[in-house]
Write a protein that binds this ligand. Sequence first.
Ligand code: GLN
Length: 197
Amino acid sequence: MGVAVGVLALQGDFHAHLTVLQHLGAEARAVRLPAQLAGLAGLVIPGGESTTIGKLAEAYGLMQPMRNLAAQGAAIWGTCAGAILLSRDAHRAQPLLNLMDITVQRNAFGRQVDSFEAQLHVPALAAGKDGSSRTFHAIFIRAPMIESVGPEVEVLATLPAGEIVAARQGRLLATAFHPELTTDARFHELFLQLAGK
Ligand code: GLN
């Protein structure tokens, strides 16, 4: 049986993450209640709307149990809205987990380019299926950017203009884009590696 991981399933595109993780052999389950965090080696917080996810997580009593899960050494990966939840500051009054030493700017890429795709150079990823590159095709949807990172945080990817869009702090991972919407599972593999350690 694969590593036990959860996907926070309050709002947003949690189902796509579950599908990829199950395909990779993980024992992946949807998390809606604190008791469902028990025994998990990792948790994905999906994209969606970060204020909504945070308010629902507070209402369901999940905020402190998710912090406790991280303190116990589980891997936690936030994609897009999930990355905002992991941050310590998003410049708005909204519930945050304050787990990663990053600050974010929501909807950082402007209305006219709400959504875009980019080829990212990600040295931390294994070479692609063709064996030749560490580029990752990234889909951004009303994405945040990571505007600052603390000393413990490793920057994993930037856009050509320098905006940070992926970062790691120990077993915590933040991506501003949506790997679950592509067929390239290398970020999910990286997350499962972090969860398996
Ligand atoms: N714009 C959303 C937010 O600020 C995030 C978008 C997404 O997760 N795709 O919460």
